[in-house]
Design a protein around this ligand. Structure first.
Ligand code: PLP
Length: 396
């Protein structure tokens, strides 16, 4: 079938909750994908950073196939022999004491929110039903009703009320706003270290450090959502390392599944995690043996191939080259590691479509920002290949 006929079937039978670029991918390897008509493209979106290790990463696929030949799903009614190894691996990798496995990012965020509320009632003695969680404007943490309840993106909320109470939204990048918003019922502050969906917004230097200090002084949990920024994307294993801090709670997803299956976790200290008791929370697929095998392999690959260092070096090079482009439409090139945004004075979607015609896949975020976030296994030659196309589209 052709690209066009498959898109038409998709439009007939699928809900129209997305507006994808008109390409139908049928094959992929590392940074490359092919459509059903055999055209080859470079993937500079990486499924929003779920493909940090590249498409069909050989090592990860091998480990997942081995697991498929043993056992794929048990539920948590029983133990399985892969989950303990995954939990230990993700704790050692991140330096946290305990982990709670889920599947999607939104589920892990929900898990962290529930944990923070319960921690507030049990450990901070907040009055029943009063817990408050502070979040930032322009945030993206997923699409469940509770999560969109504190979104500031009009379309994410329109028509979906009533909303979950208990959240306070403050300006991103302003630690003083957090300090002012904290009261006796505040149990947590949840932030993205860099706002990815929000347009690759990097907060002012020292912001996270200051927020860390404020939350510690006020007995409030600092919870960082590194679903998009974590696992080597920004040139460190976790973006908070750029400010030499450590959150109380860390939320991971996306690349934790190695581009194969959804795997997410919430990480915390033993004392915080202990608020969860049997029956409090769960997931049928969370921590399944197949996901655990993928998660272990995903982390091993990041370590063994030093993907963080790679993202750091290649990201600097890529941004330096992007800044050389002469175009009156480019307002700013910003990013960290291989999470890069080009802010335009015009619609970014038009550029994404032109780049696609030249064999480069990327996506706009927030109308005027073009995001480049290739798999971290990309080579310098491949970045040069992409630069030729980007330069052409902007300079013609
Ligand atoms: C993608 C993302 C999520 C949601 O993850 P899903 O797997 O799509 O539910 C949450 N937070 C951030 C920062 C994300 O980038």
């Amino acid at each position: 079938m052709s690209n066009k006929s498959l898109i038409s079937v998709n439009d007939s039978f699928g809900a129209h909750n997305y507006h994808p670029l008109p390409i139908v991918i049928s094959k992929a390897k590392d940074v490359w994908v092919w459509d059903v008509e055999g055209n080859k493209y470079m993937d500079m979106l990486s499924a929003y950073s779920a493909l940090n290790q590249g498409h069909r990463n050989e090592y990860i696929i091998k480990k997942v196939k081995e697991q498929l030949n043993k056992v794929s799903l048990t539920s948590r009614a029983f133990h399985n022999d892969k989950l303990p190894l995954f939990l230990k691996k993700v704790c050692k990798f991140s330096g946290f004491e305990m982990a709670l496995p889920m599947n999607t990012g939104a589920e892990a965020v929900e898990t962290a929110l529930k944990m923070a509320r319960k921690w507030g009632y049990l450990k901070k003695k907040v009055a029943a039903g009063k817990a408050q969680i502070i979040v930032a404007e322009n945030n993206f943490h997923g699409r469940t009703i509770s999560i969109i309840s504190f979104s500031t993106e009009k379309q994410y909320r329109d028509g979906f009320g009533p909303f979950t109470p208990g959240f306070k939204v403050v300006k991103y990048g302003d630690a003083g706003a957090i300090k002012k918003a904290i009261n006796k019922n505040t149990v947590a502050v949840m932030l993205e270290p860099i706002q990815g969906e929000g347009g690759i917004i990097i907060p002012p230097k020292g912001y996270l450090k200051e927020v860390r200090k404020i939350t510690r002084e006020n007995k409030v949990l600092l919870m960082l959502d590194e679903i998009q920024t974590g696992l080597a994307r920004t040139g460190k294993n976790f973006a908070y390392e750029w400010e030499q801090i450590k959150p109380d709670v860390l939320i991971l997803g996306k690349a934790l599944g190695g581009g194969v299956v959804p795997v997410s976790v919430v990480l915390a200290s033993r004392s915080i995690m202990s608020v969860y008791k049997p029956g409090d929370h769960g997931s049928t697929f969370g921590g399944n043996p197949l996901a655990s095998a993928a998660g272990i392999a995903a982390l091993e690959y990041i370590e063994k191939h030093k993907l963080a260092d790679r993202a750091q070096k290649l990201g600097e090079y890529f941004m330096k080259e992007l800044r050389k482009i002469k175009s009156k439409h480019i307002q700013e090139v910003r990013g960290r590691g291989l999470l890069i945004g080009i802010e335009l004075d015009t619609k970014a979607r038009d550029y994404a479509e032109k780049l696609m015609q030249d064999g480069l896949l990327c996506k706009e975020t927030h109308t005027r920002v073009l995001r480049f976030a290739p798999p971290l296994v990309i080579t310098k030659d491949e970045i040069d290949w992409a630069m030729k196309r980007i330069q052409k589209v902007f300079e013609e």
